[in-house]
Ligand binder design. Structure first.
Ligand code: SAM
Ligand code: DTB
Ligand code: SF4
Length: 317
């Protein structure tokens, strides 16, 4: 197998990405696994735990999200969580084996007083020996700098889909807004966690468009979460047709090939995937998962089930 320079550090075009999607599945998986082995230990999966530190009542209209104030999902809204509760959740995550702890808030953009409180939480979580990540909505450059100064290592801010499809999913902000926050995060010196959601009714062309944008960020994100839509009753996408599982696996494989050094995270939606499906995603180059019984507001694959699956596969022995 020859991995061309184009595949290692180049400008990815839509055509070159589309041609990866068009490969026979075995060729695509082999290429993805080859790239994976060149850059990572194939039997190691990074574990990242999530905590919703501020839940629901979000002013944005993201059609997939149970936390938008516009949809009746029966979710209980919660104010910013007190520091001691955040620390307790982080301690549990650490005791379960998590390496990274990501704090998520249902904000369009945080207030400066919110940043102060999150900064304290970052310091406390970091002192437990966990890597810190936060996802708080749009940040200006000053807010990004304050978080970086507090020791925040990663910021999650997803592009979610292609630029063309974005307006079908969210109307309260633009793709440009997202790119601007990503730029502020980078300029402040933090690492970027940025990926998307598949299964929202997008075409393969949109998945190509998402990966093209991600792979051409300079540098490309250190972490790339690939979420399978969790269909929550009450959200506009609750009845959308399931994505073909092989299309999901292909998306993971192409993310791996186009962003060789990244942690590609098999993210939301694992609860509904069987073990064989998850295994194919690991073969396709996924080497990180959200770990813990809960995502932000939805259930995740359980810690207990993950322990059994990883033992079966010889992962993280
Ligand atoms: N409010 C902030 C924002 O949107 O950037 C941070 C929290 S938001 C819940 C983080 C990410 O969760 C979204 O960008 C989206 O990719 C993902 N997400 C939300 N609801 C989801 C769902 N139902 N299924 C899969 N992923 C989802
Ligand atoms: C990401 O890409 N997925 C996570 C995290 N980043 C913040 C969130 C998934 C949310 C799934 C729906 C929920 O639990 O509310
Ligand atoms: Fe708000 Fe984030 Fe949910 Fe969009 S994805 S509604 S911004 S919490």
């Amino acid at each position: 197998m020859i991995i061309t320079d184009q595949q290692l550090n180049q400008l990815w075009t839509r055509d070159s990405i589309q041609s990866l999607f068009d490969l026979p599945l075995m060729d695509l998986l082999f290429q993805a696994q080859t790239v994976h082995r060149d850059h990572h230990d194939p039997n190691v999966v990074q574990l990242s735990s999530l905590l919703s530190i501020k839940t629901g009542a979000c002013p944005e209209d993201c059609k997939y999200c149970p936390q938008s104030a516009r949809y009746k999902t029966g979710l209980k809204n919660e104010r910013l969580m007190p520091l001691d509760q955040i620390v307790a959740a982080a301690q549990t995550a650490k005791a379960n084996g998590a390496e990274r702890f990501c704090m998520g808030a249902a904000w369009r953009t945080p207030k400066d007083s919110d940043i102060q409180q999150v900064a304290e939480a970052v310091q406390a979580v970091k002192s437990l020996g966990l890597e810190t990540c936060a996802t708080l909505g749009m940040l200006n450059s000053q807010q990004a700098q304050q978080l970086q100064d507090a020791g925040l290592e990663y910021y999650n801010h997803n592009l979610d889909t292609s630029p063309e499809f974005y307006g079908e999913i969210i109307t309260t902000r633009t793709y440009e807004d997202r790119l601007e926050t990503l730029d502020n995060v980078r300029s402040a010196g933090m690492k970027v966690c940025c990926g998307g959601i598949v299964g929202m009714g997008e075409s393969q062309h949109d998945r190509v468009g998402l990966l093209e944008t991600l792979a051409n960020l300079d540098p490309y994100p250190e972490s790339v979460p690939i979420n399978n839509l969790v269909k929550v009753a009450g959200t506009p996408l609750s009845e959308i047709e399931d994505i073909n599982p092989f299309d999901f696996i292909r998306t993971v494989a192409v993310a791996r090939i186009t962003m060789p050094k990244s942690y590609v995270r098999l993210s939301a939606g694992r609860e509904d995937m069987n073990d064989q499906m998850q295994t194919l995603c690991f073969l396709a180059g996924a080497n990180s998962v959200f770990y813990g019984d809960q995502l932000l507001t939805c259930n995740n694959a359980s810690v207990e089930h993950d322990a059994l699956l990883f033992a079966e596969l010889g992962i993280n022995r």
